[in-house]
Design a binder for this molecule. Sequence first.
Ligand code: CAA
Length: 394
Amino acid sequence: MRTGIDGLGLAVPSLCIDLETLAKARGVAPAKYLDGLGTWRMGIAPVDEDTVTLAARAGNMALESTGTREDEIGLLIVGTETAVDHSKPVASFVQGLLGIGRNCRVFETKHACYGGTAGLMMALDWIRSGSARGKKALVVCSDIARYGLKTAGEPTQGAGAVALVVSENPRLVELDPSQSGQYAIDVHDFWRPLYSKDAHVDGHYSVQCYLDALSGAYRHFQQLVPGVRASDCAALAYHVPYGKMARKAHRQVRAMDGDENPDASFDVQVGASLVLPAQVGNIYTGSLYLALASLLATSVKNLDGQQLGLFSYGSGSCAEYFVGTVVPGAQERVHALGLQAMLDRRRVLSFDEYEQVMKAREELDVRPIEQAVADDFRFLGVDAHRRTYVSPEA
Ligand code: CAA
């Protein structure tokens, strides 16, 4: 049975800030963020956008771009580490906003940035087991990455969602969940206590944990699928908390393949996957899939029938290295989504506006209901402890 990603949708918040602006305001050399971290713009969500609205927008785009009806979805999973409720899953809000049918499994998955990959693998296994009975899965990765103002993590924030329609006979990337190596270890590299809106991170240790997990997952992959090397893949997409991390990952994987000059292959194998992430920042669960979308949307190479290497990392930690095959025509399909144009439509904030938005978001959980123009999926506020949303008017 052929299974994989049939189509995708992306949502980014309507606001962003240039990292050059942030660097100057923080008294940091702009080159540290632009070259040292490899990110030049990051998404900032205004108060009427949250993990739910981003997930709904991305999900809607994925359904529309694949011509999938709401009642064709038999499994709806939202992977997130920035959920809006301790009990009610983001997936239930998304089900309501998108009008997904009632005979459907609907739930949320959490394992830091790995939560979306957990959902994707589960969806592939669900289809291959026969339980799907011809239905498709919608897997949405949605997050708002937020660290404290003036912390080292501040320039590695971001926000966005990527939705994947997972099905038989996929039109983008064919995936076999058995062709995958995993690595998990209990570490305290990045976490967010239940009482905190901001993530806590042991920054340099988290980089080392990511690299250790990459080695572990890649070694496991090689044991399970001998002879399939990253060096032989047409392209590689890594989890991208910031662009430089992908370069560190690439050096590590290629060195494990015995390559003494890993940087020589970086632009060819990885460059295209970083074009969109460099303008969005870290979107946690969706990060790898934004890198994949970027690769398919911007690579100048013909990837038809070519093998890709994919690496997902979630702090805490769990990681997975797996391979996929690009379905002929996939690049045209993703190119037609107009992802770069979507990023270009965002409004670029001044530094003062950025700080105001970040401050306003602290009051989000008690925001009174406000009337809004129903031009998109929007968060209206909280009434009697119930979060309220509006869908775009047809
Ligand atoms: N010009 C060019 N480059 C410069 C520079 C300048 N003027 N000044 C510094 N740099 C370079 C440094 O040499 C360094 O590059 P290398 O890593 O190649 O050595 C880079 O800029 C960053 O500099 P520092 O290490 O000094 O930066 P920092 O101490 O301020 O922290 C960070 C960087 C640890 C990534 C911090 O931003 C952070 O904690 N971010 C959040 C955690 C994170 O993203 N971890 C990633 C792994 S965990 C994960 O992937 C899960 C997840 O999504 C969170």
